[in-house]
Design a protein around this ligand. Structure first.
Ligand code: SAM
Length: 306
C-alpha cells in the first residue's frame, strides 16, 4: 500500500512517470489541451497584463516573468510573439520540472527546473492541479488517509466523503510568493473549488485521469500511462489577494479588444489572406473557448501580492 501523495508523485514524475514518457499539454499527439494550447490569444492577453504591471511598477530596466510549470513552453512563445512593450526589459523564465519538456522550450527564454530567487511576475497555468496531493476519507473513526493498493483500488472504501489535501500546492504557493519583488504578483489559473464543495461530490468527479485528450477512469492503475490531476481546493492555499474567474480576468486584460483587432485585420486581408490574417481570424474561436462558462472560462484565477 502507498499513500496517494507517493503514488501521484511516482506516477507523474518518477523514472517511469507520465511526464518522463512524453506526456504533455498540446494538440496533436499531446495528452490534454490547456488555455495556452488553445492558441496564441491567451498569451497575447497575458502580454497586455505584463505591460500594464510593468507600467505600474515604473517601467523597470529588468522585468523577470516566470512561467511556472511551463510544459513545452507554448505560453512563452505566445508572449514573445505578441511583442509586448516591455520586451526590451523582459527576461522570460520557463520553469519546468521534466527534462523532456524543457528540451522543447523556445529560444529567447531561460529554461530551468526551479524558480529564480526573485521575480516580478510568476504565472502558473494548470500547475497546481498537477502537484501531488493526499486524500482523506471520513469513516466511523474520523478522517483517515486514503491509501492506494497495488491493484489500483483505494482503502478505506467505506463510501464516506473524501477530500483532497493540497500539501504540495500550498507549499508551492508559499515558496513562489516569497520570491516576488515588492511590486510583484503571482497569478495561478486552474480548475479549483472549495474543500467543502469537493467533499459534497463523489471523489471520482474531482480526481481525474487523462490520456490522449480523453478523461479516463481509474486514476490509480498503470502509473505512468495517464495524467493524474485534482481539482484544486483553493481554500487550502494561502488566501489570495484576489480570486476571480478566467473569463472575467481575460475581459479585464483586454481579450475583447484583441478579438476586435483580429476581426478588423481579417476583414482588411480577407481577399488575399496570409498566415497572420488566419491567426487573427482564429481569435474569435479561441476567445469562445477561453471564456466558455462551461469550460476554461469558469477556471479560477488566484492572485497573490508579496
Ligand atoms: C498540466 S501541465 C501545464 C503545462 C502548461 N502550463 C500549460 O498550461 O499548457 C503542468 C506542468 O507542470 C510541470 N510541473 C509539475 N511540478 C512542477 C514544479 N514543481 N515546477 C515546475 N514544473 C512543474 C509538469 O511537469 C507539467 O509539465
Amino acid at each position: 500500500m502507498e499513500s496517494v501523495y507517493a503514488f501521484v508523485e511516482r506516477a507523474l514524475y518518477g523514472p517511469d512517470g507520465f511526464y518522463e514518457h512524453g506526456g504533455r499539454a498540446g494538440r496533436r499527439g499531446a495528452s490534454f489541451v490547456t488555455s495556452p494550447e488553445v492558441g496564441p490569444l491567451f498569451g497575447a492577453v497575458l502580454a497586455r497584463a505584463l505591460d500594464r504591471w510593468w507600467d505600474d511598477a515604473g517601467r523597470p530596466d529588468e522585468w523577470v516573468v516566470v512561467d511556472a510549470g511551463a510544459g513545452p513552453g507554448t505560453l512563452a512563445r505566445a508572449i514573445l510573439a505578441a511583442a509586448p512593450a516591455c520586451a526590451g526589459a523582459l527576461r522570460l523564465v520557463c520553469v519546468e520540472r521534466t527534462a523532456a519538456q524543457r528540451e522543447l522550450h523556445p529560444d529567447g527564454v531561460a529554461s530551468t527546473d526551479r524558480l529564480p530567487e526573485a521575480a516580478d511576475v510568476i504565472v502558473a497555468n494548470e500547475l497546481l492541479d498537477n502537484l501531488a496531493f493526499d486524500l482523506l476519507e471520513r469513516t466511523d473513526d474520523g478522517w483517515v488517509p486514503v491509501e492506494v493498493h497495488p491493484d489500483g483500488t483505494t482503502r478505506p472504501d467505506t463510501g464516506g466523503p473524501r477530500v483532497p489535501v493540497a500539501t504540495a500546492a500550498a507549499a508551492w504557493v508559499i515558496d513562489a510568493r516569497r520570491r516576488l519583488r515588492p511590486h510583484g504578483r503571482l497569478v495561478c489559473f486552474d480548475y479549483a473549488d472549495t474543500t467543502a464543495a469537493l467533499a459534497a461530490r463523489p471523489w471520482t468527479d474531482w480526481v481525474r485521469a487523462f490520456a490522449g485528450h480523453e478523461l479516463i477512469p481509474d486514476p490509480f492503475v498503470q502509473p505512468g500511462t495517464r495524467d493524474v490531476t485534482v481539482v484544486v481546493p483553493w481554500d487550502q492555499l494561502p488566501t489570495p489577494d484576489r480570486s476571480t474567474e478566467q473569463a472575467t480576468w481575460l475581459a479585464e486584460h483586454g481579450i475583447d479588444e484583441l478579438v476586435a483587432e483580429g476581426i478588423a485585420h481579417w476583414q482588411a486581408h480577407a481577399a488575399a489572406p496570409d498566415l497572420t490574417a488566419m491567426r487573427m481570424r482564429s481569435r474569435v474561436r479561441e476567445a469562445e473557448a477561453l471564456t466558455d462558462p462551461a469550460g476554461l472560462g469558469a477556471f479560477w484565477v488566484g492572485e497573490w501580492r508579496p
